[in-house]
Write a protein that binds this ligand. Structure first.
Ligand code: AMP
Ligand code: MG
Length: 375
């Protein structure tokens, strides 16, 4: 059971459609690369989410000090495929300051006056950010094709245009992670029915959803062509079975985490001297309020311990180029405990901070007051 808390193979390779890929026979209730059940999946999602969040902070810091790199998660899928759930449950695990989220609906009047890539370019992630597209330029070869919004020769040209566009985007430092969430027709029917049966879900329903559902086969064909024609090495597709929401979220978490691991973002070096700044700061502080040398070296040690755990999580957590570990062997075992330790460690740290603050208060030091007891 515990061994199910790991991928049996890296999903990036597993979910990429190969030359023989057939969307018609693709099992949308399957869980490729993961043998565990829902509880295991959720636990691993949370664990990898911690690492994703750590990596994202580094990427953000890099962007703040002149770095150009970013990640772009492109989410495609039919109604009810779970795009919103990915945004909420996966991207919700990282600091919202680091996310550039854009949802693309029916083009506005202004957008219609421009080329279809105009609104996409404007929405690309800023340096250091994780951009998220809830729908994207792919709608212009999906709904545009199925609903015949443009001539066939126009949408046919777009596959090559999109590939060129994505090449430019990646050459400027953006890693593109493309995800096609695939629900079965049966599951979509059930999810739409639930939206209708539950007043609290009515807001998610659009009467046009049934009209779109009736064009199911046309959409499958359009998706097949997208997957066949725009699955480039620089911006590969990942087709994710989406009947099990927990699996889709786990898989996207892993894909984004792995993209960040590959970027290997590092804390930027300051452009000022630490010692000079410490001296300057200390001159502005009431000496009684300055932590002791011991307390300060504890802070340094905490930080070094964090770095060590992070490095171990990155190294051990990758489901890796190597095959799945034998039962009881190292590898993912380490990754698993890292995540848990992170949480424990955070709690321990918070407690430590609290007790330090309380001590100071007892000592009759000013400031803090009731505030320091909270958190
Ligand atoms: P939703 O994601 O449920 O809010 O719906 C957004 C709607 O906008 C979907 O029906 C999409 O097909 C539609 N849409 C998105 N992009 C385009 C586009 N480029 N052209 C036409 N319709 C679009
Ligand atoms: Mg919708």
């Amino acid at each position: 059971m515990a061994d199910d808390l790991a991928w049996t193979a890296p999903p990036a390779g597993l979910l990429r459609p190969g030359p023989d890929f057939d969307l018609a026979t693709f099992d949308r209730a399957s869980t490729p690369g993961f043998d565990g059940g829902k509880a295991d999946g959720k636990a691993l999602t949370a664990e990898r989410g911690l690492l994703m969040s750590e990596l994202q902070e580094r990427l953000f810091a890099e962007g703040r000090s002149g770095g150009e790199r970013s990640v772009l998660l492109v989410l495609q899928g039919l109604d009810t495929a779970g795009k919103g759930g990915i945004v909420r449950h996966v991207m919700g695990m990282v600091d919202p300051q680091g996310i550039d989220l854009h949802s693309f609906g029916v083009p506005t009047e202004e957008e219609k006056r421009h080329n279809y890539l105009w609104r996409i370019r404007r929405a690309l992630p800023r340096p250091g950010r994780i951009g998220v597209f809830d729908r994207s330029h792919y709608e212009d070869v999906l709904v545009a094709r199925v609903d015949q919004l443009v001539e066939e020769e126009v949408w046919r040209r777009r596959y090559a245009e999109i590939n060129r566009f994505e090449r430019t985007v990646t050459s400027r430092g953006t890693t593109i992670v493309k995800v096609a969430l695939m629900v079965s027709k049966q599951e979509q029917g059930l999810r739409l029915l639930e939206r209708l049966d539950r007043p609290d879900k009515h807001w998610k329903y659009n009467p046009s959803d049934v009209a779109t559902r009736k064009k199911w086969d046309d959409y499958q064909e359009a998706y097949s062509d997208v997957l066949a024609r725009t699955n480039t090495d620089i911006a590969p597709w990942h087709v994710i079975p989406a009947d099990k929401k927990w699996y889709a979220r786990l898989a996207v978490t892993e894909l984004v985490t792995q993209a960040l691991i590959d970027l290997d973002p590092r804390w930027p070096r300051p452009r000022w001297r630490v010692a000079t700044q410490v001296a300057a700061l200390l001159r502005t502080m009431d000496p009684e309020n300055v932590p002791t040398d011991d307390e300060r070296s504890e802070t340094v040690e905490d930080s070094l311990a964090d770095e060590r755990e992070f490095a171990e999580a990155v190294a051990g957590a990758t489901p890796s180029a190597a095959p799945a570990p034998e039962k009881g062997s190292g590898g993912s075992e380490d990754a698993r405990s890292d995540g848990k330790n992170d949480k424990k460690k955070d709690k321990k740290k918070d407690k430590k901070k609290d007790s330090k603050k309380k001590d100071k208060k007892k000592d009759g030091k000013k400031k803090g007051g009731k505030k320091s007891d909270k958190k």
